[in-house]
Design a protein around this ligand. Structure first.
Ligand SMILES: Cc1cc2nc3c(=O)[nH]c(=O)nc-3n(C[C@H](O)[C@H](O)[C@H](O)COP(=O)(O)OP(=O)(O)OC[C@H]3O[C@@H](n4cnc5c(N)ncnc54)[C@H](O)[C@@H]3O)c2cc1C
Length: 333
């Protein structure tokens, strides 16, 4: 696997997670003028043709499937053994990227510790440079409470590893990509010692923030007006997000939090009401195409990145917006 950039493909209940496609496409785009291949490592109990076709379309030049009935559901032991044993047998890739999901945050450190290499966790920017005939990973992540960005290299050990936040890169379609698949029976070293007795899904309302085109976000300044945001989202067909201040006040679930320690979003329109624009919040929404900010403080940092700034009391602006949208909806029927 010399000079290979390998992407871990995460599946949950048989569904490949979007971040895997994002990482494959971004790596392929970044490496388009080099000979360094981008390959996908799909760990699963059964890979379907449709799944493999999607990985090829996203840009994988080879799909390596580690297939075993024990790999249907995530298990730290089985997954980390399957991957590290595969590396030891076939040779290590130069770079190994994992999505920074709940699963990825558990798996990546276990893999890196087992094979004694470094890991840059929770990166938000990727860059590859060719140095000495090999690809070098420059992984950038927010550090020191989000006040600086640190670019981290790990050149002495391979694979150079990073976990990367979901929702940052676009998925491309590489229509001319050739299908190249290899199924491998992984070694699990006797299998996991953990026995799963039961799996139960929490009844948490589903958030689609990472895919939303329109987001009405509220911060501490509108924490008593969240119902108004919900109404707006329902009328206009959007989603509601919040800042950490609102989550900390237990007025919204963590799954609704945008920012460095929440979800990264890139909607067409992001309406931020009563949000000051702390760097940790901005880290999760600055790639929105159009940002509209409502804040009573003309010096609020959010205005530095807003395309439209409304210096006003959101508690007065939001009801006006609801009324306007209701009228529009009435005439559009
Ligand atoms: C390690 C770390 C990670 C973090 N991760 C995140 C994260 O992922 N996401 C996140 O959001 N934060 C995060 N934070 C917290 C972040 O630093 C801020 O504290 C938080 O974003 C502030 O939320 P806020 O803007 O809602 O509240 P405030 O900063 O209190 O801002 C409230 C704003 O509302 C305005 N306002 C008040 N009343 C009105 C009104 N009636 N109409 C209009 N405007 C009004 C005020 O002028 C003010 O600008 C993190 C912090 C740390 C240290």
């Amino acid at each position: 696997m010399k000079n290979t950039v390998l992407i871990f493909v995460e599946q949950r209940d048989g569904k490949i997670q979007t971040v895997s496609f994002e990482l494959i496409s971004e790596s392929r785009r970044l490496l388009k003028d080099t000979n360094f291949p981008v390959k996908a490592l799909f760990v699963t109990d059964k890979a379907t043709d449709a799944q493999i076709n999607d990985l090829v379309l996203a840009g994988a030049e080879e799909v390596i499937v580690l297939e075993d009935p024990a790999l249907g559901q995530y298990d730290t032991h089985n997954y980390s053994r399957a991957i590290t044993n595969f590396f030891e047998k076939e040779g290590r890739p130069e770079i190994f990227l994992v999505g920074s999901t709940l699963l990825g945050r558990d798996l990546a450190p276990r893999v890196s510790a087992r094979i004694r290499t470094g890991l840059t966790a929770d990166a938000t920017i990727l860059e590859f440079k060719e140095e000495g005939g090999r690809p070098i990973l420059y992984a950038t992540r927010p550090a020191l409470g989000g006040n600086i960005f640190a670019t981290i290299l790990c050149t002495d050990h391979i694979p150079q590893m990073a976990s990367i936040r979901p929702g940052i890169f676009e998925i491309s379609s590489f229509k001319d990509n050739k299908k190249n698949v290899r199924i491998v029976k992984p070694e699990l070293d006797g299998g996991s010692k953990v026995k799963i007795l039961k799996r139960e899904k929490l009844n948490v309302p589903k958030q689609n923030l990472d895919k939303a085109k329109l987001i009405f976000a509220g911060g501490r300044g509108v924490s008593t007006q969240l119902a108004q945001l919900q109404e707006l989202a329902e009328i206009a067909g959007g989603e509601v997000a919040v800042s950490r201040a609102v989550v900390d006040a237990q007025l919204a679930p963590k799954s609704q939090q945008v920012g460095q320690t929440g979800v990264t979003v890139r909607p067409v329109v992001y309406v931020a009401s009563g949000i000051s624009g702390a760097i940790q919040h901005i880290a999760g929404m600055e790639n929105s195409e159009l940002i509209i900010a409502v804040n009573t403080d003309p010096k609020a940092l959010i205005f530095d990145i807003a395309d439209f700034s409304i210096i006003a009391d959101a508690n007065k602006v939001l009801p006006l917006l609801v009324d306007k949208l209701k009228v529009l909806r009435h005439f559009k029927r």
